[in-house]
Structures are given as C-alpha cells and as structure tokens.
Design a protein around this ligand. Structure first.
Ligand SMILES: Cc1cc2nc3c(=O)[nH]c(=O)nc-3n(C[C@H](O)[C@H](O)[C@H](O)COP(=O)(O)OP(=O)(O)OC[C@H]3O[C@@H](n4cnc5c(N)ncnc54)[C@H](O)[C@@H]3O)c2cc1C
Length: 406
C-alpha cells in the first residue's frame, strides 16, 4: 500500500462532509472530492488518531491499540477548531459552538428543540443557521458583532466569486424571516435569554456562539513544525519547515473548504515529487492559480471579520478553564502578586489551568491573554508540545506495536 489515510473521525472528508459512517470510506463524498483517488493504493484507517510523533515515527491509536508507523512522507491536514471566546454563561447547558449543532445535525440528524440564537462573528453563523432552518429548527436570530457597514468591504470579493455569491444568496433565502442583528455583541446568556450589548434580550433555549476558527496545531507542534501567526508555516509548494512533511488546509491558515481541497491536492503532489514520483507540472500550475484565487477571497474574509478580543466579554466571574473550573478573576488575582510572571506554565503549576481533558485547546488563548503573555510561538515560557495530541488511554499506549502490521 502506498498511502495510509488516517482520520480520528469515523468518516472521511473532515468537517464540511461530516456524516454518519458509510459502508465504504468514499460513500457520501461528492465525486469531485474523490476524483482520481486510487482505492487500490489507499489504506484508509478511520477512528484512528495520530497522538504522538517520536523522531521519524508517528503513533497511531485505533481503539485500544497503538501502532508506530514510519512514513516516508507526511501530509498533515488536521483542520481547525472553532475559536473559543468566553463570556458569562458560555459554559451553561444549551450553549454550544455552531459547529457542534451542525455536527449533531449532519452526523446524528438531531435538531435542537426550542428557540435558537446564533451569535458571534463570521459567515459560519449564517451557514449553520441555514442548515438548522432547513432541518426545521426554530432559528430566532443571528447576531453578528460586525456592522453592515464594516462588512461592505466583502462586496467586491463576493462579486468576483459567483459560487460564494450563490451560497450567500441561498443563506439569505433560507433565513428569510429570521431576525438579523448587526453591530451587537453577546454580553451574557442565562436560562432563557441572550443579553446583547445594546441592552436588548432575545429568548433562546439554545445558543450557538461562534467566533471563527483557529488552526489545529497539536500534531504539528509534536512534529516540531515551525508555526507562524498561529498556523503551520508552509512555502508555496506546501512544504513545512521539516523535510518530508507537507501541510494543507486550515492547519496552514483559515481559508475555507474549497481552498483546503485544492491545497490537499497540491500537498499530495509535493509529497509525490519528494518521493521521486513524476508530477504533472501543468496540472500543478493550474491548481496553484485556483489556490491563489481562493486565497484572495480568504484574505478579504479575514479583513472583514478581524479576530474578536478573546476576553472582550468576560467578567471576573467568567469561567476560563472549564476542565478545572478556574475563573478569570482567580487567574488575574493569582498573577497580580508581586513576583508574578506572565508564564503560562506557571499558571498551569499554580492553578491547574489547562491540565484537564482539553489540555489547553479550549482555554489556552484566554489564559495567555488573561496573564498578559505576549511571547511568540516557541517562547520557552510558552506552552510546550507534549503527547498525546488527542486523548488516549494508558492501556492503548502500553499495548504499542513498534511495527505497522496493518
Ligand atoms: C466544527 C466545524 C464545522 C465546519 N463546517 C463547515 C461547513 O459547514 N462549511 C464550510 O465551508 N466550512 C466548514 N468548516 C470550516 C472547514 O473545516 C473547512 O473549511 C474544511 O473542512 C477544512 O478542511 P481541512 O481538511 O483543512 O480540515 P477538516 O475538514 O477539519 O479535517 C481535519 C480532519 O483531521 C482529523 N484530525 C485532526 N487531528 C487529528 C489527529 N491528531 N489524528 C487523526 N485525525 C485528526 C479530524 O478528525 C478531521 O476529520 C467547519 C469547521 C469546523 C471546525
């Protein structure tokens, strides 16, 4: 077998094609996505997480069994997470990230009961709102913190992209009748309402709070890859700082599904060239031109929706570290002592922040911001990459085969 395709999820295709597991790995994927895939050369392992990198070996776990594999080349495409932004009530039952509601819908066909409010920032609120409405959910409102005027800058970019324009028009039609509020923030969520920055409240049993995406970097860090501005650093051919390791999609920067798909193909070609296989340069050139067009759109989106300050709405009582129940006030009190440092590792040692199941994936940015840590990636006081990249049982680590036996 030439290529091992590993995904921790139970179906292929990542977030956008999330679905209930099918009978074959490609069931339910659009033909364009699987075009050219040679099933006879692929070993697809679903429900398999890459949890560690040790020298040139990568540890993979399926169920209770770990195997070490020694790939000749790696294409890393671990995607993104939704950027967690704490506010009063963000940890209440009924408050979730939009992607969580979307996943419930796509994978389990579950539609939440009661009025739903989607709030935060970014076009994903509209995409999920439209999905929920099509499924019959009671979508009451979409609350976007950017004003309509601030979003005007997107118009020329949309005008150049017929596919995106059609998508946006489709959202508009599906969401007709839903309250759309621009230029307001969520300030708190209680049992039955969302409180907004203009003093108004909207009834909601379910709140989906979304503030864009952040590249998922646990495995990249374990592989020792250079990270710039929160994303895996790649050159034009999608080669990372480590020989033989390539990266594609959201882990290299947030750019949307069509860009991720093109980058996947380009990174695959780069890996093939690295392994001495012939590569069709004309095809590579066409893919690069398409990638550039997608990148320009991604840049326009990034300008229209700049990142929300992570602690903009948090109060001293707001829980920051959900696993260990540490509030913003507790963090600040602890780090305002004389001799206090802005060292995130000290926060860990002192308060157990980021020691729980999420290992800092959910709370890391908020903790660094709360204690005033402004160090760059790789700063010796910053978070240190340690396996496992994903939760794994001690039993699975102990039952480790040192050879990939299939
Ligand atoms: C929750 C969520 C929902 C989204 N929904 C949409 C949508 O509806 N429409 C849209 O246009 N964009 C959506 N996006 C943005 C979207 O992720 C992308 O634009 C696109 O899917 C990116 O593709 P990707 O291959 O880079 O990453 P992804 O599609 O996220 O795929 C990454 C894959 O890597 C796997 N993975 C991660 N770490 C490991 C590991 N250590 N070991 C093994 N496997 C691992 C994950 O299981 C996942 O299947 C969503 C993003 C998120 C986070």
């Amino acid at each position: 077998v030439a290529t091992l395709l590993v995904d921790a999820a139970d179906s292929t295709g990542g977030q956008i094609y999330a679905r209930a597991p099918g009978t074959t790995w490609d069931a339910g994927l659009p033909p364009a996505v699987v075009a050219g895939a040679r099933a006879d050369l692929l070993d697809v392992r679903l429900g398999t997480a890459a949890w560690g990198a040790f020298g040139d070996r990568v540890a993979l776990v399926t169920g209770e069994r770990t195997r070490l594999t020694q790939p000749a080349a790696i294409v890393l495409a671990t995607g993104a997470i939704e950027r967690p932004v704490p506010f009063p009530g963000w940890d209440r039952p009924g408050v979730a990230a939009p992607g969580a509601l979307q996943r419930l819908l796509k994978v389990a066909q579950v539609v939440p009961n009661g009025p739903i409010v989607l709030a935060g920032s970014g076009p994903f609120l509209f995409a999920v709102g439209a999905d929920l409405r099509r499924a019959g959910a009671d979508v009451r409102a979409i609350v976007e913190r950017r004003t309509r005027r601030q979003l005007i800058g997107l118009v020329p970019a949309l005008a150049r992209r017929a596919d995106r324009l059609r998508e946006a028009a489709g959202f508009g039609r599906t969401l007709r009748g839903v309250q759309l509020r621009f230029g307001v923030d969520v300030v708190a969520v209680d049992d039955s309402t969302v409180a907004l920055s203009d003093g108004s409240r909207i009834e909601a049993d379910v709140v989906a709070a979304g503030y864009g995406f952040a590249p998922r970097l646990e495995l990249a860090r374990l592989l020792g890859l250079a990270v710039t501005e929160g994303a895996v650093a790649v050159d034009a051919s999608l080669t990372t700082s480590r020989t033989g390791v390539f990266a594609a999609g959201e882990t290299t920067g947030i750019g949307g599904a069509p860009l991720a798909a093109i980058e996947g193909r380009l990174a695959g070609l780069a890996a093939a060239a690295f392994l001495g296989r012939p590569v069709d340069e004309a095809r590579r050139g066409r893919l690069h031109a398409t990638r550039d067009a997608h990148l320009r759109f991604a840049q326009a989106l990034a300008r229209a929706y700049p990142p929300v300050p992570v602690l903009g709405a948090a109060t001293p009582e707001t829980t920051i570290c959900r696993c260990e129940h540490i509030s913003l006030g507790a963090l600040r009190r602890s780090f305002s002592q004389p001799l206090a440092t802005d060292d995130p590792r000290a926060a860990k040692a002192e308060l157990r922040c980021a020691m729980g199941a999420c290992q800092g994936v959910i709370c890391g940015e908020a903790i660094r911001s709360a204690i005033g840590f402004a160090g760059p990636e790789g700063d010796r006081r910053g978070p240190r990459a340690r396996p496992p990249a994903m939760p794994v049982t001690v039993g699975a680590v102990a039952a480790c085969d040192s050879t990939w036996a299939g």
